[in-house]
Design a protein around this ligand. Structure first.
Ligand code: TNX
Length: 524
């Protein structure tokens, strides 16, 4: 009896131990509701099956609107970059209709905003429905995030990438979702700015604001005032060589952003932050002090002369040249930290500049200080440090962009051991940047007055893509969600799980993100 039991036991042990090692099947989750989408969509319904994306999949789009075809091509290029698959867009041979992705223009009342979209994923077809190409573009970002990095079985010669089936109905919370890059304190090349724009688009940002001038440098060619770049572009913080965009390069950036349905917003900061401009043309200077190139990081010492007519003729040319190559609706006129400008001069100046911006067919955006002036309700105030001025702007009918420095200033250090960044607005760890509700953050600011949110990245301490990425990522990813997803979906514990799973994308894009210890990053 004992021997029989022993025999049985040893057989069981052997069965357990002698099992051939289970081949790991790389099977992605097929539950649409658990894919780590950022920003989290408004509504997701999972149907627990899968669409097998493969080399026979074809992309079709509405052809009446060429912008929809471009969205299809964009998707095809990104799939090629991620998986190596070359998917045809609107190919004429209709044989290959086994599995298709259809990007469809649809005039439905369910699609409430221009960026709304619906995604219907069935076993053989994926439909992206949108009223506008912008909506379709946002929809295909969701689709990109649904495509797993790995196919179901890397050993077959016909791999399938399984996309979970179901339905997503989605629309942004705010019409404005921006990121600002300061290319004045340190210059960033066209390629560096493009890379940033491309990543922002993946997380559904729709605006890229470039801070094109400051005390330390002027960064855009103005043909009628060539010294701005001959003199004013040659400096940057720390004494580097500076740089500027020619108008052709600027147009290239505008187009690159437009291809991603993003608006480029140019900023010429004034009347303060103008040392580089005044150094180029000293008649502009209003602080009465001798001018010299500035490569430090102090603020608030420079000003234009607000009472000189020639200053406004100069600005008419500058604003005219820039707006002529800027298709978006806005021109940002700065207006912050004007400690060297008398208050009455400041108000006079901002009102004159608003007129010029409108004369050139644009709406003015300015930092919250502009609320001191009497402005047209078409102008927009960008809140960075004084809630009361945002409230005042709203009372005067202006819309407000929220960039509260203690939450959205991604140029602040994460913590005391951060490699780059400033600290004047406090440390901003990844959870602090995420854990706030833009709709209720400023007490007394009505919801209808909020145009959206923006994450500014000032560049005193950073000078290349890798340093930029260290400060921006992951914080701008969280701010993307705050700008898009309904407040009830914005939850740190849930978000940090989804953020942790962005690693494959961040690695594929070679993004030097800060691996915050608050997040349990998923190793690949
Ligand atoms: C404040 S925010 C500034 C910038 C600096 C930034 C550094 C604002 C409108 N002005 O000039 O670069 O702080 O964090």
């Amino acid at each position: 009896m004992i021997t029989r039991t022993l025999l049985l036991l040893s057989v069981i042990v052997c069965i357990a131990a002698c099992q051939p090692e289970k081949k790991e099947i790389l099977f992605p989750k097929t539950d649409l509701a658990t894919v780590p989408l950022i920003p989290k969509p408004v509504k997701t319904v999972a149907t627990h099956s899968a669409f097998g994306l493969d080399s026979n999949t074809v992309i079709y789009t509405t052809t009446q609107d060429p912008a929809f075809e471009k969205v299809g091509q964009f998707l095809s290029e990104k799939i090629k970059g991620k998986l190596g698959l070359d998917l045809a867009v609107n190919a004429s041979d209709s044989e290959k209709l086994e599995r298709l992705i259809y990007i469809n223009q649809l005039d439905s009342t369910d699609l409430e905003t221009p960026e709304s979209y619906q995604l219907y994923i069935k076993k053989d077809s994926i439909f992206v429905n949108a009223k506008t190409a912008a909506g379709a573009f946002r929809g295909i970002q969701t689709l990109r995030q649904l495509i797993p990095e790995k196919s179901n079985d890397t050993l077959t010669d016909h791999p399938l990438w399984l996309i979970p089936t179901g339905k997503i109905v989605d629309a942004p919370k705010f019409e404005y979702r921006g990121a600002m890059l300061d290319v004045a304190r340190h210059f960033f090349t066209v390629e560096e700015v493009k890379k940033y724009i491309d990543i922002l688009a993946y997380y559904k940002y729709n605006s890229i604001h470039l801070h094109l001038s400051d005390d330390q440098g002027w960064r855009i060619e103005i043909k009628s005032w060539p010294k701005l770049t001959e003199v004013g572009a040659k400096t940057e913080v720390g004494g580097g060589e500076g740089g500027f965009y020619t108008q052709d390069e600027y147009k290239e950036l505008v187009q690159y952003a437009a291809d991603r349905h993003m608006t480029l917003i140019p900023e010429i900061d004034m009347p303060g932050h103008t040392n580089a401009a005044s150094l180029s043309y000293p008649f502009l200077n209003g602080n009465g002090k001798p001018l010299k190139p500035y490569t430090g990081t102090r603020v608030g010492f420079s000003t234009f002369d607000a009472r000189k007519d020639t200053v406004y003729s100069f600005l008419d040319d500058v604003i005219g040249e820039i707006t002529a190559i800027t298709p978006g609706p806005y021109f940002h006129a700065g207006g912050d930290e004007t400690h060297a400008t008398k208050k009455s001069d400041y108000i006079y100046f901002v009102e004159k500049v608003e007129e010029l911006v409108q004369k050139h067919g644009k709406k003015m955006i300015g930092w919250n200080e502009i609320a001191q002036a009497k402005l047209d309700p078409s102008s927009v105030a960008q809140l960075w440090n004084e809630s009361h001025s945002a409230i005042k702007a709203a009372e005067n009918g202006l819309k407000v962009i929220l960039s509260p420095s203690e939450r959205t200033y991604v140029d602040m250090k994460y913590d005391s051991i951060s490699e780059y960044g400033l600290t004047w607005a406090g440390f901003i760890p990844v959870d602090v940047a995420y854990n706030w509700n833009p709709e209720t953050y400023v007490e007394g600011l009505p919801r209808e007055s909020i145009l959206g949110v923006e994450a500014p990245l000032w560049s005193e301490t950073i000078s290349n893509s890798s340093e930029l990425e260290y400060l921006a990522f992951p914080r701008v990813i969280g701010i993307a969600e705050l700008g898009w997803s309904p407040a009830e979906h914005c939850n740190w514990d849930d978000y940090k799980q989804r953020l942790a799973q962005q690693v494959p994308y961040l690695n594929q894009m070679e993004i030097n993100y800060y691996p915050s210890p608050l997040v349990d990053w998923k190793e690949e």
